[in-house]
Design a binder for this molecule. Structure first.
Ligand SMILES: C[S@@+](CC[C@H](N)C(=O)[O-])C[C@H]1O[C@@H](n2cnc3c(N)ncnc32)[C@H](O)[C@@H]1O
Length: 594
């Protein structure tokens, strides 16, 4: 039952925020689509399958570029196979023979159990890591055609500049795994650099080395490191699946493989689908129709100092072009507090000045502050919008008559009034291009009203639109006439009906805590099997569309990779029949997996 929950609009959802639900889903999908009976110990990293399959599909192309003879068994090494041994097991379903390494004793044991349980001991070996990443295993068990790795992405040093940026909205799925599975000293760059260094002395033990990367910023430096280590070619690709983007690089010390020609990088070319949410009913003071909803949404966007330009509009539909010159929605409450403090300090040190609107706001009664603080920000402290006409974003003005930061004037001319009053140099003065441009749709669909945000451009990208959507969702939650009895306000923006004002409740509970509680608690009594099968169907449809892989495609790919040059660079020693059998296995051909 804990796997299924209802969102604020009453839609039933699989609970991707629950690590146990993720574990059960992955185990079930492996069983259903790949006939793999796997147990992932609680607390260990739960592999998300779409992302793993994506990497494997790219590896199929890499193997194809090797132009092996049909009867050659493909052999690969998975560095850091994890408790699930997911790549090794899925690789075996492609007909490959896999070696996995693991340094964590519990994961090592679990991985070996999973291999054994599936009767794959002849096809998959799991070795205990000896402190090296490639040298030990390739000397002991190689040679192989390729190596693969999903390294620990993050630096175990908390000062990691590559650690997930706090400005990101929370991931749609829970984070799983213990710290040492996902982090190491120096993060992925140190890990992969070590791998590249070792690979230089192992050119005779592996034809193509590859690894996944969790940060786009690591791709170039790692390719450069491969060339510096003597690689003849280094290639990269983007692995994009739903919300998550990863990258993979490959390098070879072999002349003439022509990886660049033979392994085309995949890149998401399709326009991203808009992010959306259903507007809940029973909102305090907002009638459930497009006209009312859009008006409030536009007001909320203007609180963020975003430019809102009205497009098409009728009773059932409204569209707006929304422009942000900087990220004003992330850590809004924290910024608000800091700015209030700064304003208070400034007011204190210039006591001869008349109180500013900001300091006046500071003097609000706690109740008044609670009513206004979450819904206000710097502009609320010192600026006021002229009106709330949806199309009037451009007409927003500060009291002083100076254009507000979100008010349509060129960025160089814009600054929040409070900052300008304090003589601060704003980000806007430095930025020439808008940080984010997106289209907002408020649309009636069936009985529901949807908010949809479609990214157009800007450096804040999809994280930016997700952040704005999160802000709008919290605004909506705060206006719910009837709150769940979880003690939270579902984000607490405005704190309507809850007594919550700014970022913290009277008990000191953070808004994030309250949101998490509100998201986690409401449970609808839907059977697990019903919910899981709905989730399967959605996932499978999604994967089919994304990977565009049919059994025929996959089989074709395998055949293609098996044709051509007959270079027996790698010792196989495996019976052909096994390989053939695996290739005909519908699961091996990707059936159902996508
Ligand atoms: C991000 S997890 C990936 C697990 C699995 N391959 C997957 O994709 O789900 C990284 C794994 O590498 C293992 N690891 C870290 N350092 C290692 C090393 N030096 N040798 C072998 N494994 C290592 C960790 O214990 C962890 O299981």
């Amino acid at each position: 039952m804990c796997d299924i929950r209802q969102d604020i609009a009453g839609k039933t959802k699989y609970d991707f925020q629950n690590p146990d639900a993720l574990r059960v889903l992955t185990e079930t999908l492996l069983k259903k689509d790949f006939q793999l009976d796997v147990q992932i110990p609680a607390g260990k990293l739960v592999p998300t399958l779409p992302n793993r399959l994506n990497y494997l599909l790219w590896l199929e192309d890499v193997v194809g570029a090797l132009q092996l003879p049909d009867d050659q068994t493909v052999t690969g090494l998975d560095v850091g196979t994890g408790a699930c041994a997911v790549y090794a097991l899925l690789g075996s379903r492609r007909g490959w023979h896999m070696i996995g390494t693991e340094r964590d004793p519990d994961s090592l044991e679990a991985a070996r159990r999973n291999v054994q349980k599936n009767g794959l001991d002849n096809q998959v070996k799991v070795l205990e890591a000896d402190g090296t990443l490639l040298t030990g295993p390739l000397r002991a068990a190689g040679p192989v055609h390729f190596t693969l790795c999903n390294p620990p992405f993050f630096d175990s040093d908390p000062a990691d500049p590559e650690a997930p940026a706090p400005r990101r909205p929370p991931p749609p799925a829970a984070s799983t795994g213990v710290l040492h599975e996902v982090s190491c000293p120096g993060g992925e760059r140190a890990f992969v650099t070590q791998m590249i260094k070792e690979s230089a002395a192992l050119a005779d033990r592996c034809r193509v080395f590859t690894t996944m990367l969790g940060h786009k910023s690591s791709v170039r430096p790692m390719k450069k490191a491969a060339y510096e280590a003597g690689a003849k070619e280094a290639i990269a690709t983007e692995l994009c699946q739903g919300w998550t983007k990863r990258w993979a690089i490959g390098w070879t010390f072999e002349e003439g493989l022509n990886l660049r020609e033979n392994v085309k990088p995949t890149k998401q070319t399709k326009k991203r689908a808009p992010v959306q949410c259903v507007v809940p009913r029973d909102l305090d003071g907002i009638q459930y129709n497009v006209t009312e909803v859009k008006q409030h949404v536009v007001e909320w966007l203007q609180e963020l100092k975003l430019e809102v330009e009205a497009g098409n509009c009728n009773k059932y539909y409204a569209s707006y072009k929304v422009t942000a010159w900087e990220d004003t929605w992330t850590h809004r409450r924290r910024r608000l507090r800091e700015e209030r403090r700064a304003a208070a300090a400034a007011a204190g040190s210039t006591s001869d000045l008349a109180p500013s609107p900001a300091s006046a706001d500071l003097a609000l009664s706690p109740q008044r502050a609670a009513d206004t603080s979450a819904a206000s920000d710097t502009s609320d402290l010192s600026c006021r919008t002229d009106d709330t006409d949806p199309a009037a974003g451009k007409r927003s003005r500060c009291d002083s008559g100076e254009p507000s930061a979100g008010a349509g004037a060129p960025p160089s001319a814009k600054r929040p009034c409070l900052e300008s009053a304090l003589g601060a140099v704003t980000l806007n003065e430095r930025r020439r291009a808008p940080a984010l441009v997106f289209t907002l749709f408020v649309q009636k669909r069936g009985p529901d009203i949807l908010l949809m945000l479609q990214l157009f451009k800007g450096e804040l990208g999809s994280e930016g639109v997700n952040g704005v959507l999160l802000f709008l969702k919290r605004k909506l939650e705060s206006r719910l006439a009837v709150h769940t009895t979880t003690g939270g306000s579902g984000g607490g923006e405005g704190g309507a009906g809850t007594g919550l004002g700014g970022g913290e409740s009277s008990e000191g509970q953070t808004v994030q805590d309250a949101a998490a509680q509100a998201a986690a608690a409401p449970v609808k009594t839907v059977s697990v099997s019903e919910g899981v099968s709905r989730a399967f169907n959605r996932l499978r449809t999604h994967m089919k569309q994304r990977l565009n892989l049919s059994p025929a495609d996959s089989a074709g790919k395998t055949q293609q990779s098996a044709s051509g040059r007959s270079e027996s660079h790698v010792a196989s020693g495996q019976p052909e029949s096994e390989v053939g059998a695996s290739k005909q296995d519908p699961a091996a051909a990707g059936e159902g997996s996508t």
